[in-house]
Design a protein around this ligand. Structure first.
Ligand code: MG
Length: 395
């Protein structure tokens, strides 16, 4: 067997995005493009000789950037330009393998939107291809399936015992699937939703091997959020929380630093660094979430090196400590406790600044403020306090 994986990534679907440019297959999950997970799974598999990705011609630069950033695994072929539909794109990929000479004996066709395909699923598909010309990964239907009339009334309960939900990879003998695709073009304008349907329409036989619930298709923002909460094998990640608290004393001056912003005030905050009490609390919260000590152990106030340092440096370091442990930051919530200055006019800019430093979408960042009703050191204007809570998902 000479097996090539054909990963279909030419879609223009943008449903999974939150304000990010480009199709969903290039949207990062835990710092890597969705597409890059599928590439890795097939490229790492010992029985897959080559991997080719079918992309939209407009995405070539984005694809090249992704490969440079996420790494070029061995066995990668140059990407192929796809067509207007998924079916056109698969055919373009197959035709390219044929035209390039020494075509594979078998192909595994896979959707880029299924990042959590496992080595075991690929094993089962390849094993079944030894005795079948068509094989798909699928999961048995666990829910009861009802048919309804146009009024929504149940008319039939369908026996689920022989029902499967088709996934990818879908594996085929190479000459057979190429012939089926060419027949579908010449003989029929019909669009098929997957290659197994096309293959059986063309007269081929397809058998089923067990996929996995985790081999899910990412189509919505909710799917993406769920995917972020899983590790690369689809297992749930460990969710950690961290909390931080900090106080700085007020002194003479005309501005304070809060959440990375310079804000006019009738006083200053005293500290070894820029005394950004909010970023210090947030830094401690991130370090706390991964058990990495506190800000003082990383940046001792006795070390002259950190004199007047912008607290952005501390926060970025804490974010790196999280990333070094395979973690991703889910959300950040900061509360500033003071009578003055007023936080509300600066809130959106503060969120944006933290989002920039942590390289997170702004929706994941919260900044709140409260007074202490004139009570205590904050109420008397002797100092400012801040607290922060974060959640972090560990791989
Ligand atoms: Mg501090």
């Amino acid at each position: 067997m000479r097996t090539t994986a054909v990963i279909v990534a030419a879609g223009r679907g943008t449903r999974a995005q939150s304000g990010q440019a480009g199709p969903k297959q290039f949207v990062p999950i835990q710092g890597r493009a969705l597409l890059s997970y599928a590439i890795q799974a097939f490229a790492d598999h010992p029985d897959v000789d080559h991997v080719v990705v079918v992309i939209h011609p407009d995405d070539r630069a984005t694809y090249d950037q992704m490969m440079d950033r996420d790494g070029h695994p061995a066995g990668m072929l140059a990407p192929v330009s796809g067509g207007a539909t998924r079916q056109d794109s698969v055919r373009a990929g197959l035709q390219h393998l044929h035209d390039a000479g020494r075509p594979p004996t078998h192909v595994l066709i896979h959707d880029a939107a299924r990042p959590f395909v496992t080595a075991e699923i690929i094993d089962r598909t390849i094993a079944a291809l030894k005795t079948n010309s068509g094989v798909i990964a699928a999961v048995p239907v666990a829910d009861t399936i009802q048919r309804t009339d146009p009024e929504g009334m149940i008319t039939e309960t369908i026996n689920r015992a022989d029902l499967w939900r088709a996934q990818t990879p879908q594996g085929f003998a190479f000459p057979d699937i190429l012939e089926a695709h060419n027949k579908a073009v010449s003989g029929n304008k019909q669009e098929f939703t997957d290659d197994a349907t096309l293959f059986t329409w063309a007269g081929g036989a397809v058998t089923v091997v067990v996929g996995a619930e985790s081999n899910t298709k990412i189509t919505t923002q909710e799917d993406l959020s769920l995917a972020v909460a899983r590790d690369t094998s689809g297992q749930p990640k460990e969710i950690r929380t961290g909390s931080g608290f900090d106080v700085h004393r007020c002194g003479p001056g005309d501005h304070v630093w809060l959440c990375g912003l310079k804000i006019s005030a009738s006083f200053a905050l005293i500290g070894h660094s820029d005394a950004d009490v909010a970023l210090h609390a947030l830094t401690d919260a991130l370090l706390g979430a991964v058990g990495a000590g506190d800000i003082g152990s990383h940046f001792p106030p006795t070390d002259p090196k950190w004199k007047d340092t912008a607290s952005e440096v501390f926060l970025a370091h804490a974010a790196k400590c999280v990333a070094d442990r395979g973690g991703g930051i889910n959300n950040v919530d900061v509360t500033i406790i003071c009578e003055q200055p007023k936080i509300h006019p600066h809130r959106e800019q503060m969120r944006a600044e933290i989002a920039r430093i942590l390289n997170l979408p702004i929706e994941k960042i919260s900044v709140k403020a409260t007074t202490s009703e004139g009570l205590g050191f904050a109420g008397r204007g002797e100092g400012l306090a801040a607290m922060a809570t974060v959640t972090v998902a560990l791989a």
